[in-house]
Design a protein around this ligand. Structure first.
Ligand SMILES: NC(=O)c1ccc[n+]([C@@H]2O[C@H](COP(=O)([O-])OP(=O)(O)OC[C@H]3O[C@@H](n4cnc5c(N)ncnc54)[C@H](OP(=O)(O)O)[C@@H]3O)[C@@H](O)[C@H]2O)c1
Length: 323
């Protein structure tokens, strides 16, 4: 099969399209014929071993799992002897390292049946970004109907899901993005849209019950100003300086009571894939796709995402010719 291989850590220039052996599923695994994959910031963090700690988990000198990519959607081609939830021919989506390839062997708990009627490309765009948004809003942000929620970075992969999931939970949603993306953010359901090139939401006098920092950077003191007295700030992405600020100052500030500040890391959850399937089938969430690239152009897709201005999700179509 064809796969994109990272023989060493580095920029997208190190990636190679190679012929490799098709994986054989273990007892609890499903062999997925991948029709589409999606690109996430995690892919280039892993490729570049940035931060350095990644090497402790994924290989000190070279990547232990040279096929990168994690989000995928495809068709079940074979199942291991202990698999109970899927059968050959099922259309599935999920997340497991090895997605930038024609086939992947995936533990069944990392997959769910693809939402009915959704394209493989849209389904592949869901797992990491949507589940990050869901867990940030629900588990860390304690979202509830009527709460005033602001999504900073509303136009990117995580942000476009966050806006729609927050609306599905009944919140009043404000999306922050740049001028050219305001219409799209409004079209996916945001009640209010702020153009960050024209207005600083931390200085306009509004207060929010929950701020999700999906992208972008404001100092913690500015976010604190824009929170209601019991407001919650959750950081899921953004600048490294912000992460350190949240880890250090956020913990101290939170201890004083009132407003709370924290960051989150997405956890693999089959239940959350099931919930995303339900929200999509109910028409409450519609994945927003930006560019599509064939497998051979994964390096370009990663460069494009890394530039930081995607409009929704960037996907890899395995059904496009790889020339
Ligand atoms: N915590 C976790 O477990 C987890 C999971 C997934 C992702 N992440 C992180 O979450 C972050 C976002 O991921 P993503 O997939 O959404 O990235 P993305 O798709 O690359 O985000 C791009 C979007 O960010 C917007 N943006 C850039 N600078 C901004 C600013 N100053 N203010 C507001 N918006 C801004 C861009 O809008 P404009 O073009 O209009 O500027 C663009 O639409 C990344 O840092 C990623 O590493 C974390």
């Amino acid at each position: 099969m064809k796969a994109i291989i990272a023989p060493k850590y580095g920029s997208p220039d190190v990636l190679e399209l190679r012929d490799v052996d098709k994986p054989t599923p273990k007892a609890d695994e499903v062999l997925v014929k991948i029709h589409a994959a999606a690109v996430n910031a995690g892919d280039w963090h892993l490729l570049r071993a940035d931060p350095f700690l990644i090497r402790l988990m994924y290989g000190l000198l070279v990547p232990k799992h040279p096929i990168i990519g994690s989000d995928m959607a495809g068709t079940v081609e074979a199942v291991g002897s202990a698999v109970t939830q899927f059968q050959v021919g099922d259309e599935v989506f999920g997340s497991e390292l090895g997605a930038f390839a024609e086939y992947a062997a995936v533990p069944e708990r990392r997959l769910a049946l693809k939402p009915t009627g959704l394209s493989f490309e849209k389904a592949a765009s869901v797992p990491v970004a949507a589940v990050t948004a869901l867990q940030a809003l629900r588990d860390h942000g304690q979202i509830a109907p009527g709460k005033k929620v602001l999504i900073n970075g509303a136009s990117g992969g995580v942000g476009t899901f966050a806006v729609q999931i927050a609306k599905a939970f009944g919140a009043e949603v404000t999306g922050v993005c740049s001028t050219g993306k305001m219409e799209m953010v409004r079209s996916i359901g945001a009640d209010h849209v702020i153009d960050y090139t024209q207005e600083d939401f931390t200085k306009n006098g509004q207060r929010y019950d929950l701020i999700l920092a999906a992208n972008g950077y404001q100092p913690l003191s500015a976010y604190a100003r824009a929170l209601s007295p019991q407001g919650i700030y959750v950081m899921s992405g953004g600048a490294m300086v912000q992460l350190f600020e949240v880890m250090i100052w956020g913990m101290l500030k939170s201890k004083k009571g009132g407003k709370t500040f924290g960051n989150m890391t997405v956890k693999s959850s089959q239940e959350d894939l099931f919930l995303m399937k339900e929200l999509i089938e109910a028409g409450k969430v519609v994945p927003v796709l930006d560019q599509r690239f064939p497998l051979s152009r994964v390096p370009d897709a990663i460069r494009y995402l890394e530039a930081g201005h995607a409009k929704g999700k960037v996907v890899i179509s395995l059904d496009q010719p790889s020339a």
